[in-house]
Structures are given as C-alpha cells and as structure tokens.
Ligand binder design. Structure first.
Ligand code: BGC
Length: 374
C-alpha cells in the first residue's frame, strides 16, 4: 500500500525549501544512512556546501520543463550548491554526454528527467561508480540498477483523473451515450506515457467494452495512439487523417489527450475540419499550460491537470539537502515503479484535476496562473 507519511503537497515542500534556502547544507555526518528495505544508497558521509548538483532535463516539450530549469538554478544556488542544469534539446546522445560531463565535474547528485529513460544505463553506471546519488525526476529511469530514487507526480493517477474527466465532460456536455471518442498517448520512449495511458484506460476500457464509448477509428492500443517525441505536429497529422476518414458524417464527442500541448493540437485539427459550436469535442490535458488554461476558461478545452513544478522541484531540492546531510530520502511508495531491473523507491505527489469549475481555486496561489476570475 502506498502511504503518504509526509505531507506530499506543496506547502510542506516549499516550506522545507524556504527553511534551507538561506542556509548552507548541513555538515557532513559520519553515520550510516537509514536503510529503506530497498536498494537505495546515499553517499554515507554526505557532501559539503558548494558541491556540484547535476540536473539533466529532456527537450522542452512542455512548459513544466522550462520552468524547472529556472527553479533548479535558483533553488540549488540558494541552498548553497553549485547547480549544473542542462537541456538535451538535440536528443538522447546529447543527454548521455551531459550526464557524463556532470560526473566528470564531480556531481554528488545527478537528477535526470530522461528523454528515453532506457538509454542512459552506461552514464548512470558511471555516476554510481563515481559515488553520486542518481535521482529520476518526473520520468522513471528504466532497465538499470543504477537509479536510487524516483521523485514525481503519481503518473497512473494522472491518467485516472484524465479518463474520469473525459467521462464527466461527455455526460455534462454531450447528452446521452454512446459517445464517439479518440485516444492520444504520449511519446513511447517516455516511461510516463504508458502509466498515463494505463491510468486513463483503467477508467475508459470498461466503458468501451459496454458500448458507452465508441472509438470510431478503431485505434485503441498504446502503439496505435502514441505520439513520438510528444510533438504537436504528429498529433495534428494523425488527427487530420483520422477526422477525414471517420468523422465527415458523425460527430466526435471527446478526445483523451495526455497533455495540453497535444490537446491543443488535436483541437486545432478539429477546428480545421469544421467542428464548431455543439460539435466541439470535449478534450482532456495535463500541465496547466498558460494557453490551455485560457482555453479552459473559454470552454475550448475541458480539463487539465495541475502538477505544480515548484512543488516537485522544491521536494527534489529538499532530498538533495538530506543527502548532503548524510540522510537517505524516505520514499512513500516502494511497490509501483518496477523499472525492469528493480523496484525504484519513489516519492509520489498527488496531481489535481482542473476544469473551469475549480480553476480559480486551484490556481489561486500560482504566480503564473492566478488569480483567475471565473
Ligand atoms: C511529463 C508531462 C509532460 C510530458 C511532455 C511527461 O513526462 O510528466 O507533464 O506533459 O512529459 O513534456
């Protein structure tokens, strides 16, 4: 059973960051790190202020990654460390080189948001051999023993919330069932994509089976609906074809989209196919991107997910502080994230579903999105 022993939400994490932000990391401790029953290993003696902390981020496929860069630079610097924060815009090889360079620089912790979590084994081994702590950030690192910890929002729960929002939106806006829907999944190289899709299908598959939902294109498997590179243009191309082939004589009621960028791409296709007014589909999303929040308030997109990047980064930096003090981060889940080699101890934060109904409340304290007026 997953248990949230610590308060998982942002207030605690941000508070913890604020406490440590103006000081320096705690002095190295000689005591052995606490064991968690899994293979997590902290650098036993901690590490001093001024240590290099590597943060390797993927491509800028959504706004959350861009925001994370600034937050890691500011937060790690304020906590007394030397951040090395890098994007791998040109792909996996660049990310591999960047992680190697971080190890060469003597990084004590390597935080990785992977483009392809299964392609970094050699570099993660280098990091472990050099004594660094390897932390998967937002996306799991797969097929390697050389990952110590995973910090993320609960990805399966994100999918469950998206599937539920789609059903709620259809019932609220599209009259009685059956409903015609189409499905989109994220990039197949991102370990999150399968979790989002599985979470959503745990809610939607029974409704497909009982005839409430009809996937008119017949594209229902992850492989059929995945979007390479999380690229909007790939969804738009797929939807242009799919709408022309299946929806010239019937309405498309709903779209399961795993994030906001792809939701806007699919809705743009729908608009270009002439859908408007009562024929406008209900679409889900994720990330609370600025443009999508506007679309939600205007009734163009039905839902999104709030995963406050400030909370995730603050929690990650809090774990770095603990490692500096010779402590091992405490997971709140030691069962869910089997990466193919081991179950990675994880700290999962609860995502929040957002529709027009609760947007003002959810974003009230967000510096970019709030305050909103209904
Ligand atoms: C993140 C999502 C994001 C997607 C595309 C995923 O791994 O969890 O928040 O929308 O990547 O950048």
């Amino acid at each position: 059973m997953r248990k949230y022993t610590k308060v998982a939400m942002g207030i605690a994490a941000v508070g913890a960051l604020a406490l440590t932000a103006c000081g320096t990391p705690a002095a190295p401790s000689a005591s052995a790190p606490a064991t968690t029953g899994t293979e997590t290993t902290a650098p036993a003696a901690g590490f001093p202020a001024g240590s290099v902390i590597g943060v390797s981020l993927p491509q800028k496929t959504s706004e959350n990654w861009v925001l994370a860069e600034q937050l890691f630079n500011d937060g790690l610097t304020a906590a007394g460390f030397k951040p090395s924060v890098q994007f791998a815009n040109s792909g996996v090889a660049e990310q591999q080189n960047q992680i190697s360079a971080m190890v060469t620089q003597g990084a004590k912790v390597v935080v990785v948001g992977a483009i392809d979590g299964g392609q970094l084994g050699t570099q993660l081994k280098q990091a472990k051999d050099a004594g660094a702590f390897v932390m998967a950030y937002d996306r799991l690192l797969t097929n390697t023993a050389d990952v110590d910890f995973y910090v993320a929002f609960d990805n399966f729960k994100v999918g469950v919330l998206q599937g539920t929002a789609l059903l709620d939106g259809l019932a609220a806006l599209k009259g009685d069932a059956p409903y015609n829907v189409e499905l989109i999944a994220g990039s197949p190289d991102d370990a999150n994509s399968g979790k989002f899709f599985d979470g959503a299908m745990s809610v939607l598959q029974p409704k497909i089976d009982d005839g409430t939902l009809k996937v008119v294109s017949g594209q229902t498997t992850f492989e059929q609906v995945a979007t390479q590179g999380w690229k909007a243009e790939n969804v738009q191309k797929r939807f242009d074809t799919l709408l022309a082939a299946n929806y010239t004589d019937k309405p498309l009621h709903g779209i399961l989209s795993p994030n906001d960028t792809l939701a806007r791409a699919a809705l743009t296709s729908a608009e270009q196919a002439g859908m408007t007014g009562d024929d406008w589909p209900v679409a889900t999303g994720q990330d609370s991107e600025v443009e999508s929040v506007k679309w939600i308030m205007d009734g163009k997109q039905y839902s999104t997910i709030y995963k406050d990047t400030r909370t995730l980064v603050a929690q990650t930096i809090e774990f770095v502080n603990q490692l500096a003090a010779g402590q091992t981060p405490e997971p709140n889940d030691t069962e869910t994230y089997d990466n193919g080699v081991k179950v990675v101890p994880s700290y999962l934060i609860e995502p929040v579903i957002v529709t027009k109904d609760n947007a003002a409340e959810v974003y009230a304290n967000d510096p970019t999105l709030g305050p909103l007026t209904k």
